[in-house]
Design a protein around this ligand. Structure first.
Ligand code: ADP
Ligand code: MG
Length: 308
């Protein structure tokens, strides 16, 4: 896909299945462009694609009937309430008036907009706006939704809520989801499959579990401060695990095959009388995937993010 001299996407060949697919890439990687092409909103310079069996060039209207779209940028008229807006969008997708009202009430409840749905959207917080944008993408009961940066501008708590919602849409409502973010860590938590774009190229497409296996590293956190962290770290090192401090946590290098690392961590915490807060797969930063798309070198952890 070219925009004049800018090549936004190149040689992209990828298949997206059911469940939640995370589309990850730095700003400018081509995520929004890819979504717009798949919706038939942009015509690719070359290449073809199918969405739910429909060709993007020939059958864009048929695609838009069965696909929902939450755009990245604010698209909400400020003088209109979320309730009116979502009903209107339902009507635009061909629902009769009464069905549009019913569906709008349902989806607004699902996304967690309560009484405020009757207020003009101009006065909404970013979190409420993102929820209204999400509701309009779901009103016509699509089989697939594209969610472009739904966590943008949200504080950590609202971010978690939104990610929970994304997961529910994919798993409880049975709607296939393609969700974008520039943060691999947050998409790993909700995606069954992750597609990584870098400068318009496909860098990687794999099941999320393969991603985590590729890292193999674990993060451990115990209750207390640095003293407790260091005691735990020393005990783990004594048990033969390679580890290092990582902010308030301990990062464990991928263990040798057959080492029951989860058991070792639990037993060690118990022996020291320390409360285990966290034992989870390490979330690598996007940059780590970029520099190392193959299974991780332990060195990738040395410059691991301190702020998590
Ligand atoms: N309408 C446009 N005109 C010119 N360049 C564009 C346009 N839309 C996107 N681009 C460029 O294409 C590249 C990919 O953009 P985009 O798909 O928005 O990336 P992302 O959503 O991953 O941040 C960027 O270099 C961007 O500047
Ligand atoms: Mg974008």
């Amino acid at each position: 896909m070219d925009f004049g001299r800018v090549v936004a996407l190149r040689d992209l060949d990828v298949t997206i299945g059911d469940g939640v697919t995370g589309l990850v890439g730095a700003n400018g990687a081509g995520k929004s462009t890819l979504i717009k092409i798949l919706l038939g909103l942009l015509r690719p310079t070359s290449g073809t694609a199918q969405v739910l069996g429909h060709d993007i060039a020939a059958e864009a209207p048929a695609i838009r009937r069965v696909v929902g779209y939450m755009p990245e940028h604010d698209c909400l008229p400020p003088d209109v309430s979320a309730s009116e807006f979502v009903v209107h969008m339902g009507r635009m997708s061909g629902l009769p008036a009464s069905a549009a009202r019913e569906r709008a009430a349902d989806v607004l409840r699902h996304v967690g907009l309560a009484e405020e749905r009757y207020r003009p959207m101009g006065g909404y917080s970013t979190g409420m706006k993102q929820r209204a944008k999400l509701a309009q993408a779901l009103v016509h009961d699509p089989r697939l939704v594209f969610l472009d940066e739904p966590t943008n501008g949200l504080d950590p708590a609202a971010r978690d809520d939104m990610l929970q919602l994304v997961r529910r849409i994919g798993h409880d409502f049975g709607i296939a989801v393609v969700v974008t973010s520039h943060l691999l860590g947050e998409l790993e938590r909700v995606s069954d499959h992750v597609v990584v774009l870098d400068g318009g190229h496909l860098l990687r497409s794999s099941a999320t579990s393969d991603f985590l296996e590729g890292t193999g590293a674990l993060l451990v956190e115990v209750l207390g401060g640095h003293a407790e962290r260091d005691a735990m770290g020393q005990a783990l090192a004594g048990a033969g695990l390679a580890c290092r401090a990582r902010g308030a946590m301990i990062s464990l290098d991928p263990p040798a095959d057959g080492v029951p690392v989860h058991d070792v961590v639990r037993d060690t915490a118990e022996r020291l009388g320390l409360g285990l807060v966290r034992l989870q797969a390490d979330h690598r930063r996007l940059e780590d995937v970029f520099s190392d798309p193959a299974p991780a070198k332990p060195a990738a952890l040395d410059h691991a993010e301190e702020s998590r």
